[in-house]
Design a protein around this ligand. Structure first.
Ligand SMILES: [Fe+2]
Length: 315
């Protein structure tokens, strides 16, 4: 009897440097690659959400620890409208987010058919009137997860996030004002016509998306609060590691005689490791952003970030 093919998986051919490999994609991988985003419903168990949020709220309840952890944000993104200024507090690599980030990576690897590595996390609490201007992200957000841990909105529904995935916007990302003009600036009807999608994430859902490649935004928040975490990864099986200066020597790489790709400059967003929350080790990565990334043509950026051209569906 022939072996039954798993109908949840899609056969693919990988055409890499003149050699063809065959394999399969999970439906999550296929959606992420084809649509530039995928929504993973009920992906994070409520117990884990509770653990994370209890830690967050305990810190929030202690003014001294809170001030040492979170920064008040005048505006999360430049050109935020006047009425939405001063509506969020944020924290880079908040300790409970570091733990959740690590957990999420392991769980995502069970559904994704490419290898991801952590870059950084950001946690943000939004209050009434908050607004996230449409933008695209830097390469550290090649594979980005956004989650909501708790919210209290006026109508009892989650605060929608919009993604515009009708094409790859990486080549146009140098002008973030242009990104806004072609996406959020439009009314809802026009946005939908242009290919934008409105995504509502309940607590436990994960939106996984190609951060540098698709504009994403949120309109004004009507509610008391909304707690969010943004957990970022890069695709270690993709082309990003082939960019100039991306592979760096490290102790493990040296001791193993250079086995594997070694530590990448983008691992941990340039930090020393998962637990390093300082800026002390980020200089080399920041220099790479200004010297290499910012001087790479739009066309070439598209060859390196979220480039899945080598995968072809095998009917
Ligand atoms: Fe973003």
């Amino acid at each position: 009897m022939p072996v039954q093919f798993d109908t949840n998986r899609t056969r693919v051919v990988v055409k890499d440097k003149g050699v063809n490999f065959t394999g399969t994609f999970s439906k999550e991988t296929k959606q992420f690659v084809d649509n530039r985003y995928v929504v993973l419903r009920k992906f994070i168990p409520q117990d884990l959400i509770d653990l994370t949020l209890d830690t967050w709220k305990t810190i929030e309840n202690d003014p001294e620890i809170y001030r040492a952890t979170f920064v008040h944000e005048k505006e999360p993104i430049p050109n935020t409208p006047e009425q939405s200024l001063d509506t969020s507090d944020g924290c880079y690599c908040f300790p409970p987010a570091v733990g959740l980030h690590s957990w999420l990576k392991k769980e995502l690897q069970k559904v994704l058919d490419f290898r991801i590595r952590e870059t950084y996390s950001y946690s943000r609490k939004y209050v009434r009137g908050a607004y996230l201007r449409s933008h695209t992200d830097r390469p550290s957000c090649e594979v980005s997860a956004t989650i909501c841990l708790d919210y209290k909105s006026d109508d009892g529904t989650p605060w929608s996030i919009w993604v515009q995935n009708d094409k790859n916007y990486l080549g146009e990302a140098d002008c973030q004002n242009h990104i806004y003009e072609v996406s959020q600036k439009h009314n809802q009807r026009e946005r939908l016509k242009n290919g934008a999608k409105k995504v509502d994430l309940e607590v436990g859902d994960v939106l996984l998306y190609q951060g540098p490649n698709i504009p994403h935004w949120r309109d004004e928040f009507l509610g008391d609060y909304s707690y969010h975490m943004f957990l970022h990864f890069w695709n270690a099986t993709g082309q990003l590691s082939e960019m100039e200066g991306m592979v760096v020597e490290n102790e493990l790489h040296r001791l193993t005689g250079g086995v594997g790709r070694g530590k990448s400059l983008i691992d941990w967003d340039g930090r020393k490791d998962r637990y390093d929350r300082s800026e002390d080790h980020k200089q080399q990565y920041m220099e790479w952003i200004s010297k290499v990334w910012n001087n790479t043509s739009a066309e070439d950026k598209c060859k390196f970030v979220n480039n899945y051209e080598k995968y072809e569906e095998n009917e």
